[in-house]
Design a protein around this ligand. Structure first.
Ligand code: BJW
Ligand code: ZN
Length: 276
C-alpha cells in the first residue's frame, strides 16, 4: 500500500475539489509576509515586553499608557500594511464557495481589505480599527476609527524606541460621547469572552452538517476557544491541513498531531498554490 504523504499537494487538491463545507482557522502567520509581527516566537517581543503580557485587561489597568502605545504601534503597522497573496487566495475561495467560512484570530483587518466576503469571515478576537469606551454608564460604546494617531501623544514616531515611556493619563484617548470614559482597543484580551454573535454564527455553521476540510493557517493553535475549532471540525468528519512556517513536534501546534496534510513554509506562497 502507499503510505499517506502529508506533504503531497496533489492528494490535497483532489480532496479540496471534492470538499463542500470548509473551515479555515487563521492566525498571525497569515499576515507575517505583510510585515506584521506574530505573538510567539521570533517577533513576539514589543520593545522589551512579551506581546502576550500586554494583551490582558490586567495590563491595561496597571499601565494604560504602555498598553495604548503597544496598540497604537500595532494600529499604525496594520493600517500601513497590505494584504498578501494568502489573504487574496482565501478571499477568492470564499467568493467561489459560499459554504466556506474563515475564523480569524487576526485583528489587523487585512482579510476584509483583501475583499474577503464579510458574511464568511469571523474575526473572533476583534479589530484594531475598533475602539470602545471603558465606561459601563456609556454602555461601552464602540467606534470605528482608522486614525493613525488617536491623540497627539500617540503620534507615529519615526523611531519607535524613542517614544516617551509614560504618557500622562490625560493624553490618552477618551470617549467622544461621554467624555469621561477612557477608550480601549476593541480587541479580545485574555480572560475576556469572545463576541457572542460571532461564536453563535460559527456554531450554527458547524451544526449544519458534516465538514469536509479544516485549514489551519499560521497559528500556533494555543489560544482557546479558537483552537478548539480544529477538533470540532474533525468530529464532523473533516480532514485537516496545516500550513505553517514551522512544523515540528510541538504537540500544541494546532492540528499538527493528527493533520492529514502538513505544508511547511510561508502561507503567502503556499496558499495561492494549493487553493488555486
Ligand atoms: C507562519 C508564517 C508564515 C509565521 N506563513 N505561518 C481552555 C483551555 C486552556 C486555556 C483556556 C481555555 N479557555 C480559555 C482559556 C484561557 C485563554 C487561553 O487560551 N489561554 C491559553 C494561552 C492557555 N483564553 C482566553 O482567555 C480567551 N477567552 C476566553 O476563553 O473567554 C472565556 C472565559 C473568560 C473568563 C474566564 C474563563 C473563560 C480569550 C483569548 C484572547 C486572545 N487574545 C489575543 C490578543 C488579541 C488582541 C491583539 O491582537 O493584541 O489574540 S492573544 C494572541 O494569541 C492573539 C492571537 O489572535 C492569539 C493566537 O495567536 P496566533 O495567531 O496563533 O499567533 P502566534 O504568534 O502564536 O503564532 C503564529 C504562527 O504563525 C506560528 O506557528 C508561526 O510558526 C506561524 N508563521 N510566519 C505561515 N509566513
Ligand atoms: Zn463613553
Amino acid at each position: 500500500y502507499i503510505e499517506h504523504d502529508p506533504t503531497n499537494s496533489h492528494t490535497f487538491k483532489n480532496h479540496l475539489l471534492k470538499s463542500k463545507r470548509i473551515l479555515a482557522l487563521c492566525g498571525a502567520g497569515l499576515s507575517a509576509s505583510s510585515g506584521l509581527a506574530t505573538f510567539r516566537g521570533a517577533g513576539g517581543l514589543w520593545r522589551t515586553h512579551d506581546a502576550m503580557s500586554l494583551a490582558t485587561p490586567q495590563a491595561f489597568v496597571k499601565d494604560p499608557s504602555l498598553v495604548w502605545q503597544f496598540y497604537s504601534a500595532r494600529r499604525q503597522a496594520a493600517f500601513s500594511a497590505k494584504p498578501n497573496p494568502a489573504h487574496l487566495a482565501l478571499a477568492a475561495l470564499s467568493v467561489k464557495n459560499k459554504d466556506f467560512i474563515t475564523v480569524t484570530q487576526n485583528v489587523d483587518g487585512l482579510s476584509p481589505r483583501a475583499g474577503h466576503p464579510l458574511e464568511q469571515l469571523y474575526p473572533v478576537h476583534g479589530s484594531l480599527s475598533t475602539i470602545k469606551c471603558t465606561s459601563i454608564f456609556c454602555s461601552y460604546t464602540e467606534y470605528n476609527n482608522f486614525k493613525m494617531a488617536l491623540t497627539p501623544a500617540l503620534a507615529p514616531a519615526t523611531d519607535v524606541e524613542s517614544l516617551p515611556p509614560n504618557i500622562p493619563l490625560t493624553e490618552l484617548p477618551y470617549c467622544p460621547k461621554c467624555g469621561v470614559g477612557m477608550m480601549r482597543p476593541g480587541v479580545v484580551w485574555f480572560n475576556e469572552t469572545l463576541p457572542n454573535d460571532l461564536l453563535e454564527g460559527i456554531d450554527d455553521w458547524t451544526d449544519q452538517g458534516p465538514i469536509d476540510l479544516c485549514l489551519v493557517i499560521g497559528t500556533t493553535g494555543k489560544v482557546w476557544p479558537a483552537a478548539g475549532y480544529i477538533e470540532i471540525c474533525k468530529e464532523k468528519g473533516a480532514k485537516v491541513a496545516v500550513i505553517n512556517m514551522e512544523i515540528d513536534d510541538d504537540p500544541h501546534l494546532g492540528g499538527v498531531k493528527n493533520a492529514d496534510w502538513l505544508f511547511k513554509g510561508d502561507c503567502a506562497q503556499i496558499l495561492p498554490d494549493i487553493l488555486g
